[in-house]
Design a protein around this ligand. Structure first.
Ligand SMILES: Nc1ncnc2c1ncn2[C@@H]1O[C@H](COP(=O)(O)OP(=O)(O)OP(=O)(O)O)[C@@H](O)[C@H]1O
Length: 253
């Protein structure tokens, strides 16, 4: 479904993502792990089109999308949790989700379209808000939400768009302890559908261990391990380069 081929980006002389070739199948959740600065977010930015590749390609459903700008990649089914600045901060929480439902259903993004006869879109938006426990805040302007709720709204909008590929970059970062299970349950439910490709950048290894079907490890921009979670976590390269539980080589030190 999604594939990167020799995907690379250089910032000046620094290679932040270094010839990463990897294919992601539908129905699987792949966790992308690695130390700070390993290139995980930059890899996401290259896949979603927020950054242009210096070299290499991104393929989605058999199509080379490397030259497509981010919004066109979104339209083709590549979904990344949007930041509030990419939503409509002054519109209500519910309007943001309803507009995403409308966009997916082919109604475009015209907030002023007559939609009173599309009660189904509104109901779907409310159902998603219920899932992420934001229903009672549906009339608040999106920008006025506390940080944890903003992150939940980002996920709600992504669910409303229901892309083929879901990309989560530390989805629970900055959330309070009681908010974290809501997001994890939602990712679990998505995974259980077995028809979506899910990529997850996550530092918390307990979360990775529980959710991932597969782990890939980036280190200095390069893919250094790829496989089934238990094997990857136990591998020397992860123990040394990431978890630090084995003697660190002189080079890494
Ligand atoms: N726009 C940019 N310009 C210059 N350097 C950048 C840019 N974006 C990222 N980098 C560099 O690329 C490297 C990879 O950064 P990236 O944020 O992708 O790492 P990460 O694995 O996501 O780290 P973290 O776990 O801390 O979020 C870092 O050295 C970072 O400083």
């Amino acid at each position: 479904m999604l594939e990167t081929r020799d995907l690379t980006i250089r910032f000046g002389g620094h290679v932040a993502v270094d010839h990463v070739s990897c294919a992601f199948a539908p129905g699987s959740l792949t966790a992308i792990v690695g130390p700070n600065g390993a290139g995980k977010t930059t890899y996401f930015n290259l896949i979603s089109g927020q950054l242009p590749a210096s070299e290499g390609e991104v393929w989605l459903d058999g199509m080379n999308i490397t030259a497509l700008p981010a919004p066109l990649r979104t339209r083709r089914g590549l979904g990344r949790a949007f930041q509030l600045t990419q939503l409509f901060p002054s519109l209500s929480v519910q309007e943001n989700v309803r507009l995403a439902v409308q966009a997916r259903a082919g109604g475009g993004l015209n907030a002023w379209a007559i939609w009173s006869d599309r009660q189904d879109w509104l109901e779907e938006a409310r159902s998603i808000l219920q899932t992420v426990r934001l229903l009672e805040k549906r009339d608040m302007p999106a920008a006025s939400l506390p940080h944890g709720d903003q992150r939940k709204l980002e996920v709600a909008v992504l669910m409303a768009l229901d892309p083929k590929v879901y990309m989560f970059d530390e989805p629970t970062a900055g959330m309070s302890v009681d908010e974290v299970p809501v997001i994890l349950d939602l990712i679990r439910a998505l995974k259980a559908r077995r028809d979506r490709c899910i990529l997850l950048v996550e530092h918390k290894m307990d979360v990775v261990r529980e959710l991932a079907d597969r782990i890939i490890v980036l280190h200095n921009g390069a893919l250094v391990a790829d496989g089934e979670p238990a094997t990857v976590i136990a591998s020397d390269v992860v123990q040394q380069a990431y978890l630090g539980t084995a003697p660190v080589s002189a080079e890494a030190a």
